[in-house]
Design a protein around this ligand. Structure first.
Ligand SMILES: *Cc1c(COP(=O)(O)O)cnc(C)c1O
Length: 339
């Protein structure tokens, strides 16, 4: 433990001491149980394995200057997991059970919460899947809910360092009326061809367009997209993107900083008009985009040419992170102290 290098943590899995598990059977949820194992016993015919009945969440706990651990907007993650569960016909996890499980997982693994000032945090990963056996295609009658935690550094390495993105026109992560609005593993499986192609070409991530017309920006793999022009924060409205809690918070923060906000369709050509662009999410926090390349159209859009993030991106970043680490007043009531 003493050997963890808090300042250089990857965004990856590091073993912690405990995780929480809970089972749904005969129409009801059981009591959360503490486990020290990193493994699960799973039925070979579980629907989570065969038919993609799986959804997850991601949220973070932060060590404050005052030594208190705070969780960011857990209730939003609880409602989103309910929405994802309903979206793929799984038994939803009641918000109260969600709360109990994440707080217990954090409390039992307190020593893995990275220290204040390290830039790292404790990532909390709730996971729900169909564990009941079915061979015909139908929803399982049994479900398993797991919460594990792992200390992480930023998803895009280098902190608030701009990353480059590649527009992807030959892969869709979600169909217009598909599951793009739910946080389900299947969307990630569908995105991997694009993500791997982008990484192999040296980009930080792929930028997806709307699946219907390929005219509008959807989102960046695991994070929402925003562009800034004329003191306005603009983020895509689409029927196939995941509603990011970070994005929703940035819209509120922008308002409080006197920045106008718009949620609407963002045509690809508008990329040429933005002075700043970025990706936002729990893992990405706010990651400025340095360059967006559209290989098929032979176009390159460049931002932060001096290698530095834009001014409004930094304003938003500092305020969001300030609130999360308890360094700035929690004016929206987003933080819950872990007791
Ligand atoms: C989780 C996720 C995000 C980010 O959402 P946050 O609530 O901000 O963490 C964005 N896009 C996709 C596809 C996601 O799965």
């Amino acid at each position: 433990m003493g050997t963890l290098d808090w300042k250089n943590l990857p965004f990856g899995y590091i073993k912690t001491d405990f995780n929480i598990r809970c089972h749904y059977k005969d129409g009801k949820w059981g009591k959360p149980e503490v486990s020290q194992s990193e493994y699960i016993d799973i039925h070979i015919a579980a629907t989570g394995l065969h038919y993609g009945q799986e959804a997850f969440e991601g949220l973070k706990a932060y060590m404050g200057k005052d030594g208190k651990i705070r969780v960011f907007r857990w209730d939003e993650n609880a409602s989103r997991l309910i929405s994802s569960a309903n979206g793929i016909k799984m038994a939803p996890v009641p918000a109260e059970l969600f709360r109990e499980a994440i707080f217990q997982a954090i409390n039992l693994n307190k020593k893995f919460v990275p220290p204040f000032g390290s830039g790292a945090s404790l990532y909390v990963r709730p996971l729900l899947y169909g564990s009941g056996a079915e061979v015909g295609v139908k929803p399982a009658s049994e479900y398993t809910f797991i919460v594990f935690v792992t200390p992480v550094g930023p998803y895009f390495k280098g902190g608030v360092k701009p990353v480059n993105m590649m527009i992807c026109r030959d892969v869709d992560r979600a169909a217009p009326l598909g599951t793009g609005i739910y946080k389900v593993g299947g969307n990630y499986a569908a995105s991997l061809r694009a993500l791997v192609a982008a990484k192999e070409s040296g980009y930080g991530s792929a930028l997806f367009l709307d699946a219907r017309e390929k005219k509008y920006i959807d989102e960046c793999g695991p994070a929402n997209f925003y562009g800034i022009k004329n003191n306005t924060y603009i983020t895509p409205k689409s029927e196939s993107i995941l509603g990011s809690i970070t994005n929703k918070s940035l819209i509120q923060l922008a308002g409080s900083l006197g920045i106008k906000t718009e949620r609407r369709q963002v045509p690809v050509e508008e990329l040429a008009e933005f002075s700043e662009t970025g990706a936002c999410g729990t893992a990405a926090v706010i990651t400025p985009i340095g360059k967006i390349v559209d290989p098929e159209k032979n176009k390159i859009y460049e931002y932060c040419k001096d290698g530095k993030p834009g001014e409004l991106t930094m304003k938003l970043y500092n305020k969001l992170v300030g609130i999360q680490i308890g360094d700035m007043p929690d004016e929206f009531g987003w933080m819950t102290v872990v007791e």
